[in-house]
Design a protein around this ligand. Sequence first.
Ligand code: ZN
Ligand code: ZN
Ligand code: ZN
Length: 460
Amino acid sequence: MDRDTILLAQHPQFSRWLDQVTATGGCAHPIHLKGSTTTRDACTGEILHHYDTAHEPGERLLVRCRNRRATICAPCSRLHAGDTFHLVRAGLLGGKDVPADVRDHPRLFVTLTAPSFGAVHRTTTDNQRCRPRRSAGHCEHGRPLSCPASHDTADPLTGQPLCPDCYDYPAHVLWHAHAGWLWKAFTDNLYNHLAARTGRTRTGLRRAARISYAKVAEYQKRAAVHVHAVVRLDGATGPDDPPPAWVSAEDLTAAVRTAAAAVHLHTPCSRGLGEHELHWGSELDVRPLRAFGGHEGLGDDAVAAYVAKYVTKGSADTGIGLDHPITSPDDITTGWLSAHVRTLIHTCWRLGGLPELEPLRLRAWAHTLGYRGHILTKSRVYSTTYAALRAERAEYQGAATGADVADVLDAVTEASWRYVGSGHTPGAALIAAGIAEDLLRNGEVARVALRERRADEAAS
Ligand SMILES: [Zn+2]
Ligand SMILES: [Zn+2]
Ligand SMILES: [Zn+2]
């Protein structure tokens, strides 16, 4: 590795390579591209700008892998978390083309959970016992139904079932596979329940109001997904439109509760499994977000940060599930997975072989325990998009580096790019990691400086 680093540092274009790696933020698995971009004046055909990788180190350009997962690429996952923060925040506080008035719309932070599929060991605080009922006796498999221990989050027992034979693994997996439909049924119900509560018809409500959301999925210790969502009520056309005065945040809160409770779906009937009824867990958290400066409820900034934190975690990061799809049950032997998670993956594989469950694609999604959803999803008019945020950043960086961004309107751009590889050599990876760390530290220094300046300004 040292030799590799030395060779790299001796390369005549080493400093240009460093610039490239810095431009990727120290991405751990950059994509290597070859090609060129030519921008011409639309009228005269004059070349305004030309870029070709022929003059770059290794005749290639490195671009970010853009993976959102912290275990795969820490610098890109931080960037993605930052984008998520801005995306969620804009929907709550305005900004990025969303008017600041959205702050006065009814806005909620909602957590929907999975129901219980069997008793699991749970984390307790203040030395409380996990399942203290001493008189609970034993299950039919001879295992105790109580647990006198207290577990912290690091305890490997946390989230594991008291009895794996009692635990309903098929129900858990089938619930994951239907989570997207459960959410859809919930948002559908939401309009009906809000209409009923405010004495309108569904059509009457839809003519005056629109519900927007951004949601993120998180794996709990018991390896079941739960959903955190920001829900906002707008006027009929979206964030620019004030919501009707006859709907309050209390109405929306009540409608969320009843709409979630009313969701009942059925799995496709299976000869081996029968039919399962699917619903949300009874643990449901709904909190109104306080407007800027208020003291009641959750702060909207804190909520945006909270949601952003989850998008960088995949099922594998929490020790739940795997990074990549599996191709055979033999892939499930990976040692660091808990017995509980291994059983869930095996259950996906087994049920995935049943013809009646084929549409659920349980084998293809065995590595995420049957859950097929994106980690973050949002309704169409909630706020900005990742693509818009990336474009904004590219433009900002272009301006910051003095690149020519003028005359774009009357110019045509021809580009031809191809993928020629990815990743770093071990020596390059070491340097990239150093750059990522420096950038992170500089960012922190800048943030501290900004905070201090704001505090000074507030004090003066
Ligand atoms: Zn990356
Ligand atoms: Zn326990
Ligand atoms: Zn049992």
